[in-house]
Design a binder for this molecule. Sequence first.
Ligand code: ADP
Ligand code: MG
Length: 681
Amino acid sequence: MRLFQLPLTKIQGVGPQKAEELHALGILSVGHLIEYYPFRYEDYRIRDISEVKDGERITVQGTIASMPYLQRYGGKSRLISRVTVGSTLVTAVWFNRTFLKDQLTIGREITLTGKWDQRRRHLTVADSEFPDRGAAKTGTLQPVYSVGGSITQSTIRKLIERAMTQFGEHIPEILPEELLQRHALIPRREAIARIHHPENTREGQEARRRMVYEELFLFQLKLQAYRAMHMKQPDGIVHPVNNDEIRQFVGALPFELTNSQKQVINEILHDMKQPFAMNRLLQGDVGAGKTVVAAVSLYATIRAGHQGAIMVPTEILAEQHARSLGKLFEPYGIQVGLLTGSLTDRKRRDLIASLQMGLLDIVVGTHALIQEDVFFRSLGLVVMDEQHRFGVNQRSILRRKGMNPDVLTMTATPIPRTLAITVFGDMDVSTIRERPKGRKPIKTYSVKHGMMDRVLGFIRKEAEQGRQTFFICPLIEESEKLDVQNAIDLHVQLTQALPDMTIGLLHGRMSAAEKEATMALFAAGETTVLVSTTVIEVGVDVPNATLMIVMDADRFGLSQLHQLRGRVGRGEHQSYCILIADPKSENGQERMRAMTDTDDGFEISRRDLEIRGPGEFFGTKQSGMPEFRLANLLNDFEVLEQARDDAAELTASEPFWSSQQYAGLRDFLAREAKQHAEPLD
Ligand code: ADP
Ligand code: MG
């Protein structure tokens, strides 16, 4: 019986109307209902009243000791009765339960659940039951579900119970026996029954442990199966890499590569030579020199007769890459094009045509790259820069513009390895661990507002050495318009205060051409100070800039501040970062401390996690973290690692792909693949 295809109306007492209401909660079938888990439990286990604390919600058992007394006021009512609980005389108070009055007879046993007022010995009753009538809730943990519309808590409890009675025996086991045994997990059917109705806390935890493992295992199974299938299917592009050519190209670079860079280039080129499509993540802190690694890889694909695409999150970055790659590749006759949303129709058409005909070798672009009408003659390598800004879907759309091209994703947002395996379980990871030689740590200071004179002095000092400054404006959340106004105001202020300097202005409301011109002037050293909104947050590379000033730094998140700081310290000169922050913002000060303590991206991301807590850290879209129903990545990551090892081991074994024993899991993979219309990526 396929529970996920079984309509809700098969449950006794569920008609089309009720089914409709359940649909609104995302419950589409009997299977969905059975797996609609409670998010907490209400405790109806009987407590000893002498041990409870004031204000607690408790359940106690007692005997009615006095005739009930009914008070009415303004259409409402209050019912009061004394109840002996052990040796304590409790005043039980019900609100708006007039109908109970006749049932409260002296000497009758009753269980009361409610909030305890220790001083007055009052119990405000939320729920009461009579043992002589069964008292179904007493002594249990009652599940609490998320409900809405006309579906109440008691309706959904009843329906789930009924569904379990009618169809519970058809819940299939999905995990292989060997894994259940290895980790001492209870069977699926039992786990689901106990999640809804645990006898006690331990049982609830056991049930949860089983389901969390399953959830993480199935998630890992998708990633590992994808990987395993790739290892089997040599349907990628073989790039015959000529080492001498690569060496010459690298030798012509204006600097010597760090050992770390050489190492990751070797890893990438090794993948590119293989007949399997590369799926590799390149991690490296801001300023570590990822672009040049991408450039060498692109060079290899072009030498092999293919094209390369590099996708970035902002136009400014696209223009920068187009400019620098264009210059780098010019001596080799390699053509680099730029595709962004602000091209004229005509230019866009021409560009797409030359891509299609293979006249362009490399295209740098924003989201504009993944539009439907963009085709390549032969796409060999896809690079995604600042990967954390893109969704998985965008990555796979770009990949599908070729025949299994190699994919290199790059990120400066390092996440702890244990967590990296969740999101990147299907990728190989390369890490650039060292910065280019001669880089000095960026000196970071946190100062109060109202120190503008000193800040201006700092800008002048740097300018005298021929260096340049970024000045980031206050950030007004949710209001780009105010951000822009701030930038304009600050620009006026600085122009007056520093009359002998050229001050540039950059913000999101400028046209693409204006932005490009402004950036080009700054990059060429024509402007000394660039006032900007956060549009320059990621990727921007002007090695002669040595001073980063951030206004209202306490409004920025830690990772964002680290990214901003990463705009300086990209050359051999000593660089500085001045964070102007409100000393009264406690949380802000904590972030400023983290920034002044370290400029190591891994450490920063660890502190970020600590300060913000997992909910917010992983909750943001930027984190790229998948969401789980029961699992919590922070608490359950040991289970996650275990699940990953198990899934990898299983998918690497021959029987997994053939034996009847694993048919259920293979079905699951096939269903998932169909649902996402993209092979398990
Ligand atoms: P990111 O990793 O943040 O993308 P970039 O690739 O933009 O960093 O590199 C930062 C700067 O360092 C650039 O100006 C780049 O030319 C320079 N650079 C990269 N590798 C080296 C190296 N090995 N030696 C010196 N400078 C380098
Ligand atoms: Mg970069």
